[in-house]
Write a protein that binds this ligand. Structure first.
Ligand code: FAD
Length: 368
């Protein structure tokens, strides 16, 4: 085990929080707590295959074969956009790109779902794909739907920018490593002690992604993690300003490269790329991308889904100073800022969290 402190504050912290896990959940919570005047220590091993570091960062108002509006989209998107724009302006780096998504209709079944759904889907969320709007090399025999409000977050860029900005601010520190639970945490004298670090805090928030399955304090939750794989590809000559989605999505990355994905595999929590994952993405891409492309990299991560498929936040029902933030599933970029806002206000100001996401009820098996 290794530890690197990017801010060597040390000593006892009053009204202080240790956040275990520095993915989208832990990082967005660090911002919110910091803004409410708390001292924060984020502990994370910074591994390249965490869900957040693998994620494509797509934010879409409508998803799935049945064109379902994302949970609390109208509330979550303005909060997410404001938060990421603020981090962008503080860091001077481009993190959030407005990029419409074109959903190509995949087959007659999906065309049937769309014919029904278009009658009720709010008009500000979609428009018809115009003829000639996509290059000829994109095969779209059944047409498509444009989702103009879609966007893409550079998730790794956001995590790294936050570490730099908050560490420099003096009220927040980042320790690189992994703590063992429960043995590395002890409660005495009204404080939680993170033993290997010599850190004492009044509160610990677990933001561990799918690894929270083994957390002994929050063991009543029903996790349903899904493995996802993504390819980095080169497509010489392809020019498209939209993210294109047909079974898999294809999105411009940096330096003329593209990313394509992703797979969903249940009951496999090994965050390693597989041949079958690569083959599945390539086969689906070839259904609509009529151009040669080359795979340059493959990544895999585990999405933290919890039964009910909505986030779960809040304080432990009986143990003082322990809290939880998880269940971002495949929507971390959209939902993390809204949920961290609510959790921080709960922890610092005592505001209640909504019942449908409250960990106390979800641990009892209540569904949202
Ligand atoms: C292939 C793929 C594609 C995706 N695409 C998208 C997308 O396009 N849009 C989108 O919004 N979402 C996407 N997601 C989902 C998104 O990644 C998640 O919603 C989000 O990253 C979850 O964030 P998290 O912080 O809860 O978990 P994580 O990112 O997993 O972070 C948890 C962190 O906690 C750390 N940790 C765990 N235990 C300990 C411990 N004991 N001590 C210290 N640290 C610990 C882990 O190492 C990890 O760094 C995708 C996911 C995958 C796998």
């Amino acid at each position: 085990m290794f530890w690197i402190a990017s801010w060597a504050g040390g000593g006892t912290l009053q009204r202080s929080t240790a956040i275990i896990g520095g993915g989208l959940a832990g990082t967005s919570l660090a911002w919110r707590l910091h803004r409410l005047g708390e001292s924060v220590t984020v502990i994370d091993p910074v591994e390249p295959n965490s869900s957040s570091r693998v994620a494509a960062g797509l934010i879409t108002p409508v998803a799935g074969q049945r064109f379902v509006v994302s949970w609390r989209y109208d509330e979550a998107w303005p909060i997410a956009e404001a938060h990421y724009r603020e981090v962008e302006s503080l860091s001077g780096s481009m993190l959030l790109v407005d990029r419409p998504m074109t959903r190509l209709i995949e087959n007659e079944r999906e065309a049937g779902f769309w014919a029904i759904k278009r009658e009720s889907l709010p008009r500000h969320l979609w428009r018809e794909l115009e003829p000639g709007e996509l290059p000829d090399t994109i095969h779209a025999p059944l047409g498509g739907v444009v989702l103009p409000a879609a966007a893409r977050l550079d998730v790794a860029g956001y995590l790294d920018a936050t570490r730099q900005l908050l560490a420099a601010s003096g009220g927040c520190r980042f320790l690189t490593g992994r703590i063992r639970l429960p043995e590395d945490l002890r409660y005495s004298g009204g404080m939680w002690h993170v033993k290997p670090l010599g850190v004492q805090v009044t509160r610990v928030v677990f933001c561990q992604g799918f690894e929270a399955r083994g957390n002994p304090w929050f063991d009543g939750l029903s996790f349903n993690p899904s493995k996802g794989e993504i390819l980095d590809i080169e497509v010489p000559g392809l020019v498209a300003s939209h993210t294109i989605h047909r079974g898999v999505w294809l999105v411009p990355a940096t330096n003329g490269a593209w990313r394509a994905g992703s797979t969903y595999t249940w009951h496999d929590t090994s965050a390693f790329p597989t041949e079958s994952g690569c083959a599945e993405i390539v086969e689906r891409l070839e259904r609509f991308l009529k151009m040669p492309f080359q795979v340059t990299k493959q990544s895999a991560g585990i999405r933290p889904n919890i039964h009910g498929f909505t986030p779960v936040i809040g304080s432990h029902p009986t143990v003082d100073g322990l809290a939880f933030f998880n269940g971002l599933g495949s929507k971390g970029s959209l939902l993390a800022p809204m949920m961290s806002d609510q959790l921080a206000r709960h922890l610092v100001l005592g505001e209640p969290v909504s019942r449908d996401v409250d960990v106390r009820f979800r641990m009892r098996g209540e569904r949202s």
